[in-house]
Design a protein. Structure first.
Length: 229
């Protein structure tokens, strides 16, 4: 109860702590699982990659997502502001309320996620790679992976955010989405976290990068190459 009281008084601070911790821990878990059957020492972990996910979580979840869930969405869907005080059973019998919650969920997943969350992630990833920053390259990677990334996100966040908008008070929605997205964060880290060693001078129109224990698969412009370590 003390934690919830603190979160209600300091929603942004609470969300920054939760968001950065969640993304960092998810990436640490993903890096460990990428090498099954072997013990990953602390010195072998990619800490730059961990810091990328922590920074992304602090900004995207702690600030941007908190604003979207607690301020923007209630403003765009005024009816949702009355749902917090409505008894749970009554919510499920109120067709107008359910329709509003569904609209909020679809709005978030079809606009915020593809046009804000993923572009922000790929931009952060580009900044943290330690090479010359290229916004064009970040956008190209985001566009090339858009279908797979968003389909993966929809499977998790359509049901999660439906429950979120229906049952959770606005100040706690960002933290709830963060908790519900642990699986998504691990999948995103495992499939998109690993940094490339080689670069093509021309930003690829399609680039998907997947990390496994011994093989890095690069798909660039439809040509598949495998680099074995």
């Amino acid at each position: 109860m003390a934690g919830l009281a603190y979160a209600s008084r300091n929603p942004y601070t609470f969300s920054i702590i939760v968001g950065s911790s969640k993304m960092a821990l998810a990436d640490l878990t993903a890096q460990t699982l990428e090498a099954p059957g072997s013990s990953t020492a602390l010195r072998e972990l990619d800490w730059r990659r961990v810091s990328t996910f922590a920074a992304f979580g602090a900004v995207q979840i702690g600030v941007v997502q908190q604003f979207i869930f607690s301020t923007l969405m209630p403003g765009l869907f005024p009816l949702s502001q009355h749902l917090t005080a409505t008894p749970v059973r009554q919510k499920f019998r109120d067709f107008r309320a359910l329709r509003t919650v569904l609209a909020m969920t679809l709005f978030h997943e079809l606009t915020v996620t593809p046009f804000l969350i993923f572009p922000a992630f790929y931009t952060f990833r580009e900044l943290m790679q330690g090479d010359t920053f290229s916004l064009r390259r970040a956008i190209a990677r985001c566009a090339g992976n858009a279908l797979e990334d968003n389909m993966q996100s929809l499977k998790i966040f359509v049901p999660a955010n439906f429950v979120n908008f229906l049952l959770v008070p606005p100040w706690l929605r960002s933290a709830f989405a963060t908790a519900a997205g642990v699986v998504w964060a691990s999948l995103l880290s495992s499939s998109r976290g690993k940094m490339e060693v080689e670069r093509n001078d021309t930003p690829p129109s399609r680039l998907a990068l997947k990390a496994t224990h011994k093989t890095t698969i690069l798909l660039a412009d439809g040509q598949q190459s495998k680099e074995r370590t």
